[in-house]
Design a protein around this ligand. Structure first.
Ligand code: PEP
Length: 252
């Protein structure tokens, strides 16, 4: 049985004061207990990882793990501005997002680089969250499944059965930050297609990999999305900035 996982991606938001408020509010909200069989994490910007790790410890927030929004594809060396996966592990991260569509679009990241990043994350003992998803044009021209299958195939080529230790986030680009959520059935159909593709490679990998949905997840649509058989939780951007909304989605 795969656990339901909710991961908040703050993107380039937050500051020392608002982060502290967020963790305190989430700590109070989680105090009364959380549904069993679920996992939760938050991915703040790099500079706030240490602050959030200490706050999580201070408030004994056993339910909440820490994640990062990216990692370098290299181990160490002359890569100005990059952050090594091993450093993220040292800072207390359990998860690292790789291949987010904003990285693919704004920083021209391609599938091979995303897979190399995922390998570094795995080698450092953390779980990569590998993002895939089609643009509006690709969906409107009937190529959504073909595009996503292509992205997943590249990950399989490099990661092989190590994909069993990763999470995949299906994030249709047209739904990210737009308020246009995929219907639960549209999301389920793509998650099913991904799972069948994984099963063509290895049944065991297919049954182990958590496939999260991302794209305008909110408290009022999370219940329906998470009820789908192949949707194992959500990667939540905008709504994760509000601690009450994040809590509501975690409990959905
Ligand atoms: C994201 O950035 O991963 C995301 C899903 O954003 P939003 O929830 O704001 O659409």
């Amino acid at each position: 049985m795969r656990p339901l996982i909710v991961i908040g991606n703050w993107k380039m938001n937050g500051n020392l004061a608002s982060n502290e408020d967020w963790i305190k509010t989430v700590a109070r909200g989680m105090e009364s207990g959380m549904p069993s069989g679920r996992k939760f994490a938050v991915c703040p910007p790099f500079p706030y990882l240490t602050q959030c790790a200490s706050l999580i410890k201070e408030h004994s927030l056993a339910f909440l793990s820490l994640g990062a929004q990216d990692a370098s594809a290299d181990i160490a060396g002359a890569y100005t501005g990059e952050v090594a996966a091993s450093s993220l592990k040292e800072m207390g991260c359990s998860y690292v997002i790789v291949g987010h569509s904003e990285r693919r679009q704004l920083h021209h990241e391609v599938d091979e680089l995303v897979a190399a990043k995922a390998l570094q994350v795995l080698d450092s003992g953390m779980t990569p969250i590998i993002c895939v998803g089609e643009t509006a044009d690709e969906r409107n021209s009937g190529r959504a499944v073909e595009v996503v299958r292509g992205q997943v195939a590249k990950q399989l080529t490099v990661l092989q059965d190590r994909l069993a230790d990763c999470l995949i986030a299906y994030e249709p680009v047209w739904a990210i930050g737009t308020g246009k959520v995929a219907t639960a059935q549209v999301a389920q159909d793509m998650h099913r297609a991904i799972r069948l593709q994984l099963a063509e490679f290895d049944e065991d990998v297919a049954s182990h990999v958590g496939i999260l949905y991302g794209g305008s997840v909110k408290p009022d649509n999370a219940v329906e999305l998470f009820a789908m058989p192949d949707i194992d939780g959500g990667l939540v951007g905008g709504a994760s900035l509000d601690p009450q909304d994040f809590l509501a989605i975690c409990k959905a």
